[in-house]
Design a protein around this ligand. Structure first.
Ligand code: PMP
Ligand code: GLN
Length: 393
């Protein structure tokens, strides 16, 4: 038999699926894969249920139902002062995952160079490679994950087509500062390159940090594609409704990519998300405040157990240094051990590196109910107390 796709054949199953399966097998509390353990807002779920029953269940328009395209444009204006054309400047996708692929398909030709920032979300690199583009990786360093200006500048060259930026960032919880964004914007202008901005955690920001879309910086709106996810904004990760907004000429290409990927996204979910995006400010503020409380709970609890943790001002995740407790077996062994022995799952941060990355960080999701986080901490406490960690190395 001829060899099937070499890239897919060589890649494993995503770490999120692997750790969730291990968590189920061992009845562990899943602080690995990032999903809330409660339903999203009841009124939005009801809006979706109502929308199923009122007779619009055939293919919706290719780029999304008008209600949602208008709501995405209105949200861009309301939260960031960005002007977006609701007719031709928005494409609704089946999750941000599809949106990322559609944006990369829209912009890349084989041989183009793409600047990626490590640690990086797990779909970026395979898609860039599958499109025949060439990744140029720039690494952020813990604990503050500051942008290394010289390394970033060196990653840009005449073949640079785009930079993929994830802010707020998974897994670090970093929110890029205005100064960092200004530096990136300068390089994009200088090299006449595009930005694909994965902003799925745009509303999950705390510790006084502020999410600034790159598209709001001078000269960036015309070269940036901005991606959002209803999964994150409304705690409904299973819905897989994403949206891209950007300049009309580029969005026409994103639409063509989308037509070849999924073509459309379920209309009832789109209509409910349109309703959700129009919610008053206190909904969005409450979402962030609730997550900040649980970030604090988990972060303080992990510190109490002796882990040092890295600062996180956005997203669903806190990163703990597993070597701080004397565990030297590496992050993968640590995450497997706590899942199978303590009954708490986490994600090894080395999964977010293309090559050899640090191997002593574990990512814990705090988008869970407080009592669940407390129980997870109790389990970890018992586990830590019961064994001399160096013996596990
Ligand atoms: N980008 C990042 C950085 C993520 O963490 C995730 C995980 N949800 C996604 C994209 C995918 O979002 P969606 O579930 O909407 O496809
Ligand atoms: N984005 C989620 C995370 O980082 C996982 C999504 C997925 O499982 N594909 O945990």
């Amino acid at each position: 038999m001829k060899q099937a796709n070499a890239l897919l054949a060589a890649s494993g199953t995503t770490i999120f699926t692997v750790m969730s399966a291990l968590a189920v097998k061992h009845n562990a509390i899943n602080l690995g894969q990032g999903f809330p353990d409660t339903e999203g807002p009841e009124d939005i779920v009801r809006a979706a249920a109502d929308a199923l029953l009122d007779g619009r269940n055939q293919y919706p328009p290719l780029t999304g139902v008008p209600e949602l395209r208008e709501a995405v444009a209105a949200a861009n204006a309301r939260f960031y002062g960005l002007e977006v054309d609701p007719v031709a400047g928005v494409v609704v996708t089946s999750g941000a995952t599809e949106a990322i692929t559609a944006c990369l398909m829209a912009l890349l030709n084989p041989g183009d160079e793409v600047v990626l920032i490590e640690p990086l979300y797990d779909t970026y690199l395979p898609v860039v490679k599958m499109l025949g583009a060439v990744p140029k990786l720039v690494r952020l360093q813990p604990p503050h994950w500051a942008l290394p200006h010289a390394a970033l500048q060196a990653a840009f060259g005449p073949k640079t087509k785009l930079l993929l930026l994830n802010s707020p960032m998974n897994p670090t919880g970093k929110v890029f500062t205005r100064d960092e964004l200004a530096f990136i914007a300068g390089l994009l202008r200088q090299h006449d390159a595009y930005a694909v901005c994965d902003e799925v955690y745009e509303h999950l920001v705390f510790s006084g940090a502020k999410h600034i879309p790159l598209a709001t910086l001078p000269g960036m709106a015309e070269r940036s594609l901005r991606i959002g996810s209803a999964g994150k904004t409304f705690s409904l990760t299973g819905w897989k409704v994403g949206y891209v907004s950007g300049p009309v000429p580029l969005m026409g290409l994103v639409a063509k990519a989308h037509q070849n990927l999924t073509f459309t996204t379920p209309p009832n979910l789109q209509r409910a998300v349109a309703y959700g995006l129009a919610k008053p400010d206190f909904y969005f503020e409450g979402l962030a405040a609730g997550l900040e409380e649980r970030r604090n709970l988990l972060d303080a609890g992990l510190k109490r157990l002796g882990f040092s943790t890295l600062p996180a001002s956005g997203s669903y995740f806190v990163t703990a240094d597993v070597s701080s407790l004397g565990f030297e077996g590496g992050d993968v062994a640590f995450c497997e051990a706590i899942t199978t022995q303590a009954g708490v799952a986490a994600i090894p941060v080395s999964a977010f590196y293309a090559g050899d990355g640090p191997r002593h960080y574990a990512r814990f999701a705090f988008c869970k109910q407080s009592h669940v986080l407390e129980e997870a901490l109790r389990r970890l406490e018992g586990w830590v107390a019961a064994r001399p960690l160096t013996a596990l190395a």
